[in-house]
Design a protein around this ligand. Structure first.
Ligand SMILES: C[S@@+](CC[C@H](N)C(=O)[O-])C[C@H]1O[C@@H](n2cnc3c(N)ncnc32)[C@H](O)[C@@H]1O
Length: 264
């Protein structure tokens, strides 16, 4: 009897431990992190957030993605696994990347379009492009684009601003990246040979392009790490790396030759 009670207690303890850890990770920490970021956000970012929240109120892109994945039956290595940015985290990330007026932003695997709309609102881009493979998510993004055009909150906050937002329904391997100045890849689910194929694809980007990448690093010497952070995503805190593509030969030429420092 005592042993049975002890086992029950242990099971209850383990259960409570896991439930507690889950609540801490997915409810308490995100709430604190969001509050902290909101308190530190500029008035401009807060105005963008009003528009963004109204746009995504009641939109569940993850459910759309899950439904599409069920129908596909073929999701090798979980590359279609869904997750999203958090608006305030993305705003903070963009302050590191420092988009310049007129630059072009690409999101490779744009899902429900959150990063695309966040970039369009926060940055002064001449064009923001989301590339998404799943037709139902692409459709959702175009519905969002229509909603954005006539959204009362957008009209109120930014009555005179022009936005150039485009969505492409294709694999990002088929889309040219040469015009991109800033590329976002929410890449946590992209692994192995799929990730290696993405690295090969990035070879076509121009020197000076900045990259925001979750979970993966980009190879030196062609990509220079600007900052590594931990940021809130829809599934919790995650690593985010910010890189700039550099010309390794030019970078070496700028360095003084080693021999110049040698003492005889
Ligand atoms: C983790 S979600 C990111 C969504 C969005 N970028 C965000 O952070 O809010 C990754 C998306 O990439 C899409 N995807 C996966 N492989 C793709 C490919 N080859 N071409 C275009 N999209 C792809 C998936 O369907 C999914 O919607």
């Amino acid at each position: 009897m005592i042993i049975v009670d002890a086992i029950k207690m242990i099971v209850l303890f383990i259960l409570l431990f896991y439930v507690g850890a889950w609540v801490l990770r997915y409810v308490v920490n995100p709430a604190f992190e969001n509050k902290r970021m909101y308190n530190e956000a500029s008035d401009f970012v807060k105005r963008c957030k009003i528009v963004f929240d109204a746009l995504y109120n009641g939109v569940d892109a993850e459910a759309v993605s899950k439904q599409a994945q069920k129908q596909l039956k073929n999701n090798p290595d979980n590359i279609l696994l869904y997750g999203e940015i958090s608006f305030l985290s993305f705003a903070d990330i963009l302050t590191v990347v420092k988009p310049r007026a007129g630059e072009v932003f690409y999101d490779l695997g744009s899902g429900g379009g959150k990063a695309v709309f966040a970039a369009a609102l926060i940055g002064n881009f001449s064009k923001v492009v989301g590339v998404e493979l799943l037709p139902s998510l692409f459709q959702l993004c175009n519905d969002q684009l229509h909603k954005f055009r006539y959204l009362p909150e957008r009209e109120k906050q930014f009555p005179a601003r022009l936005f150039n937002i485009q969505f492409v329904n294709d694999s990002f391997f088929n889309v040219s990246l040469v015009e991109a100045d800033i590329i976002f890849i929410n890449a946590t689910a992209f692994r192995g040979s799929f990730w290696n194929a993405i690295l090969a694809k990035l070879e076509e980007t121009k020197v000076g392009t900045r990259f925001i990448v979750t979970s993966h690093s980009l190879p030196e010497p062609h990509f220079k790490l600007m900052e590594a952070q931990r940021r809130l995503m829809s599934w919790g805190m995650n690593s985010v790396y910010i890189y700039e593509k550099v010309d390794p030969e030019a970078a070496n030429a700028e360095k003084p030759a080693r021999s110049a420092f040698r003492t005889p």
